[in-house]
Ligand binder design. Structure first.
Ligand code: SF4
Length: 279
């Protein structure tokens, strides 16, 4: 596509892998229109071509995955046809999820029936705390809460993601109550789950902000327990380190190679026997 390097993905079944992976996360490209202090995205990631994305999705299907999750960076910055790749994933029978910071949320999201779930970040119960974890985006709290209202009205299944840090730990329970109100005010429940991520000292944000943001493991555990005790009207998931998950695998392109990472196999280079330049 567009003269970029692209390659076909050899089915992993060729390699006789027996894994329990169910969910494939496609990290489409690293760019983002925001700068979060906890961001674990690596700038070394390349943009995934449309062809590779298509091949990966076919491979997910062959391997019996149930869902494809589209992320980045910010997936709405992917220079290829995001709508079309989501529709392709749906046509294969995969459940589709998209993780976005909501800044470029489509105005016609009600008609995006090829997205089964939206994943949106909320990192504070107040503007100051949520925005304080981001640079150059003083309005992000307003943007993201507006996006949640739109998702609520449209009845779109939504997952909330929160990274627990020294900056927002005192507001975690308040975020829970805010989300409870949103769910209770909806015509039909639209919040599917709340994912509580442990801060990881990786990537372009996490690596340099460890000292400033990391909370002790024991505190993370306590906060997750306290949130669960709220008995919220949606599922609460403890997400300590998704890169170590046995059921989720991440895919990205780096230095022209397709890479994969999961708790089962660590970081591996995917077989890429057919490399071609297409225009
Ligand atoms: S964590 Fe923030 S900066 Fe990083 S990709 Fe997500 S929205 Fe962008």
């Amino acid at each position: 596509m567009n003269g970029e390097r692209s390659f076909a993905v050899r089915p992993m079944t060729d390699l006789n892998f027996q894994t329990k992976i169910q969910h494939g996360v496609m990290m489409l490209q690293p760019k983002c229109n925001m700068t979060c202090s906890f961001c674990i995205t690596e700038d070394t990631m390349d943009t995934m071509s449309y062809t590779v994305a298509e091949s990966l999705l076919r491979d997910f299907k062959r391997r019996g995955f149930s869902s494809a999750i589209f992320g980045g960076g910010e997936p709405f910055f992917w220079p290829h046809d995001l709508k079309s790749i989501l529709q392709f994933a749906k046509s294969l029978g995969l459940t589709t999820q998209i993780g976005t910071n909501a800044i470029k949320m489509p105005h016609d999201l009600a008609s995006w029936n090829f997205v089964d779930r939206w994943v949106i970040p909320i990192d504070g119960a107040s503007r100051d705390v949520h925005n304080g974890l981001r640079k150059f985006r003083a309005r992000h709290w307003d943007i993201v809460t507006h996006a949640l209202e739109l998702l609520q009205i449209a009845g779109k299944s939504t997952t909330i993601s929160t990274v627990l840090t020294t900056v927002n730990r005192h507001e975690i329970l308040e975020i829970g109550e805010y989300l409870r109100r949103l769910q209770n005010l909806a015509k039909k429940p639209f919040l599917h789950a709340w994912h509580l991520y442990r801060f990881l000292p990786f990537g372009r944000g996490g690596r340099i902000n460890r000292q400033h943001l990391e909370i002790p493991q024991s505190e993370y555990e306590t906060l997750v327990r306290q949130v669960r005790e709220l008995n919220l009207p949606f599922k609460v998931f403890k997400r300590e380190n998704m890169q170590m998950s046995k059921t989720v695998e991440f895919y990205w392109v780096e230095s022209g190679k397709l890479m994969a990472q999961s708790g089962t196999r660590g970081v591996i280079e995917m077989p890429t026997p057919t490399i071609s330049n297409r225009s």
